[in-house]
Design a binder for this molecule. Structure first.
Ligand SMILES: NC(=O)c1ccc[n+]([C@@H]2O[C@H](COP(=O)([O-])OP(=O)(O)OC[C@H]3O[C@@H](n4cnc5c(N)ncnc54)[C@H](OP(=O)(O)O)[C@@H]3O)[C@@H](O)[C@H]2O)c1
Length: 237
């Protein structure tokens, strides 16, 4: 375990799934954790009480509210942008407003949050995006907007790593494969199809993704930046 005692951590989208596992990991490693949520106030309050973290309701699609939240928190040692939505379907039938909202949450929010955090982040800080293995492999129809949004994070990661590298701030993207959450339950109807693309034929657990987040946020990872890490049971192999 890495000690994050005294470190200030913000997790965007922490009320459920992978984000909740990340909140639990940092809290159990001693960090002062704040997380945002939108539609799950009950889960957020239970998690905050369980972990001693603070839950704040902020829509990642609301750029100005997101920037104001980050400015209000003061210097962050670690920013994790986990909030993301899926949006699957025939592109010919998907409402354009829904696609634009997906891009605001999955692309615009990580960019604006990272820049806002970097304004006050101390040297050696960490910015970690939760992307998707679908940035590198999209073997199913109906997910073009989602995979495009996750591919955007790879370019953003490389560019921001250059922008903030002189201050020792690292920027990386973690790309999970199928992971057991409400978004993609291990017992869902597509599980056999997804496992067919994998070398290790099971969904990941949120804790496994949180473990890689903790490593990249920790002192051993200070030279890792601009990188994309697939954690996907071989989905992209
Ligand atoms: N599960 C997978 O198989 C998988 C695979 C690859 C990548 N990912 C990525 O991993 C991340 C987490 O996914 P998950 O599976 O844990 O999803 P999930 O179970 O649907 O949870 C999503 C989390 O993001 C929050 N969130 C969503 N939209 C938000 C918004 N507009 N503002 C604030 N918070 C928001 C949700 O909060 P509320 O419920 O409070 O709104 C929730 O805490 C996403 O970026 C996803 O694309 C997941």
């Amino acid at each position: 375990m890495t000690s994050f005692y005294g470190k200030s951590v913000l997790v965007l989208g922490g009320s459920r799934g992978i984000g909740a596992a990340i909140v639990r990991r940092f809290a159990s490693d001693g960090a002062k954790v704040v997380f945002s949520y939108l539609s799950s106030p009950d889960e957020a309050q239970v998690l905050a009480a369980e972990t001693g973290s603070e839950a704040l309701r902020v829509d990642s699609a609301d750029r100005d509210a997101l920037i104001a939240l980050i400015a209000s928190l003061g210097p962050l040692d670690v920013l994790v942008v986990n909030s993301g939505i899926l949006g699957a379907g025939d592109p010919l039938n998907m409402p354009p407003d829904d696609i634009d909202r997906l891009f605001r949450i999955n692309i615009h929010a990580p960019y604006h949050a990272a820049v806002a955090a970097a304004r006050t982040m101390p040297d050696g800080g960490r910015i970690i995006f939760i992307g998707s293995a679908n940035a590198d492999r999209m073997p199913m129809a109906g997910l073009a907007a989602y995979s495009a949004s996750k591919s955007a994070l790879k370019g953003m990661t490389k560019g921001l790593a250059r922008d903030f590298g002189a201050r020792g701030i690292t920027v990386n993207v973690i790309q999970p494969g199928p992971t057991d959450t409400d978004m993609n339950p291990a017992g869902g109807p597509l599980k056999d199809v997804m496992h067919g693309f994998m070398a290790i034929k099971r969904h990941a657990k949120g804790e496994e993704i949180a473990g890689l987040v903790a490593y990249l946020a920790g002192p051993e990872a200070g030279i890792i930046t601009g990188a994309a890490y697939n954690i996907d049971g071989g989905f992209t192999a």
